[in-house]
Design a protein around this ligand. Structure first.
Ligand SMILES: Cc1ncc(COP(=O)(O)O)c(C=O)c1O
Length: 391
């Protein structure tokens, strides 16, 4: 195993170790599943907490063809780091002028005529052509044009395209529940999307890149794949469909050094409150990870971390910077590691376990890992070869 390490210092107490080999494996698998369609690596929210730049570089080497982000700041940060792959962004302020975005060659999602006008203005001012992806709201009631505004959006798009100010490169929507292939709402969305696509063709627009699938759809709904799948959670190795395993590998392990241990008698109160009182003599271990680092407070009483591969419950409330583990009679010493979550191969909990303990989804667990948890990147010898050499 070769290890490249970034940002770790001698005083690092808590770290998120990101296995880029797992990102490579997951990307290669998703790209293979996509077949002739492309693959967008969704690297918003700093690559779901893993590091947008590192994930993007790895994904692009292993079969991803696009990058997807939420904001202009995220897109521009990737460009500033030298990433030249196509990027789509989908959230912006009504005051966004788009000049920097267009000059950086970033594609923009559009679901309203006002945004088309702003983009056309920016294209005129900067002497560029705005590449847009028209977004149809097929039933999620989040972003995108509602069906009744679709015809108007298409008409204005055609007008600006004829004026040479914009190019309708994409047509897209987002699915609310691709995890459940039997959900009638999913089939309504698939139908609405297809109607929207046909309307675009009838209006004289035939966007070359039609995209709808997120991770779950990419893996189990061939009819949603079109020209491009947008994969987020699967890229990071979390299985997106409950009860199904596609062979993804979780990429992140969060661990921290135990700072001190103490042997305490039965009846000892632990942390604030205290809500927790020891029932027997036991050893307590102090771990420097708290709710500011992404440990959900509501997981207390259910959650555990692994020490020497043994699950040890969190005793008492989660503090901002620390938790206390009840390690029982394990002969643990300061300096050993407690693993919050990882792939689950060595007895440690997974991000899915934490999601269950905190009544949330693994996305929130991954993106919640705080900024002061240093990121370190590992690559193993078993990484799949880069995409070019597999063709
Ligand atoms: C518009 C859009 N497309 C794709 C994705 C990726 O979704 P998933 O993480 O389910 O693959 C996201 C993530 O939330 C998204 O917001």
């Amino acid at each position: 195993m070769s290890i490249s390490s970034q940002a770790a210092t001698a005083t690092t107490m808590a770290e998120a170790v990101v296995d880029l080999t797992a990102i490579a494996h997951n990307t290669a698998m998703l790209a293979e599943t996509a077949g002739t369609a492309g693959l967008m690596a969704v690297v918003k929210a700093d690559g779901f907490g893993h590091g947008a730049e590192e994930v993007a570089r790895t994904a692009l080497r292993h079969g991803a063809t696009w990058l997807g982000v939420a904001s202009a700041a995220e897109a521009l940060a990737l460009r500033a780091r030298g990433l030249t792959a196509p990027i789509l962004l989908w959230l912006y302020s009504p005051a966004e002028t788009f000049e920097e975005v267009l000059e950086a060659g970033v594609d923009v999602s559009v679901g309203a005529v006002e945004a088309l006008e702003a983009l056309a203005g920016a294209a005129e001012r900067t002497g560029t052509v705005a590449n847009v992806h028209l977004k149809l709201d097929t039933g999620m009631s989040r972003g995108g044009a509602p069906a009744e505004e679709w015809a108007q959006l298409l008409a204005w798009s055609r007008k600006f395209a004829h004026a040479g100010l914009l190019h309708v490169r994409g047509l897209w929507s987002h699915l609310a529940n691709a995890e459940n292939p039997d959900d009638p709402g999913l089939h309504t969305q698939l139908r609405e999307f297809e109607l929207g696509r046909q309307a675009a063709i009838a209006a004289g627009l035939d966007p070359p890149i039609v995209h709808l699938a997120n991770s779950a759809a990419a893996l189990q709904l061939p009819q949603a794949r079109y020209d491009l799948s947008r994969a987020g959670i699967a890229l990071y190795g979390i299985e997106p469909v409950p009860g199904r395993r596609f062979g993804l590998r979780p990429a992140m392990t969060v661990r921290a050094q135990i700072l001190l241990t103490k042997r305490v008698p039965a009846g000892t109160g632990v942390s604030y409150g205290p809500d927790f009182v020891t029932e027997r003599e036991t050893t307590l271990a102090l771990v420097p990870l708290g709710f500011a680092d992404g440990i959900p407070r509501q997981a207390a009483g259910r959650a555990s971390m692994a020490v020497r591969g043994v699950r040890c419950p969190i005793a008492g409330r989660v503090s901002m910077d620390q938790v206390v583990l009840d390690v029982g009679d394990l002969p643990v010493r300061a300096g050993e590691y407690a693993v919050m979550f990882g792939p689950g191969d060595d007895g440690e909990p997974t991000a899915d376990d934490w999601a269950g303990w905190a009544d949330t989804n693994p996305h929130e667990i991954l993106t919640g890992v705080g900024a002061r948890v240093s990121r370190r990147y590992e690559q193993h010898a078993t990484a799949p070869p880069p995409a070019e050499s597999r063709r």
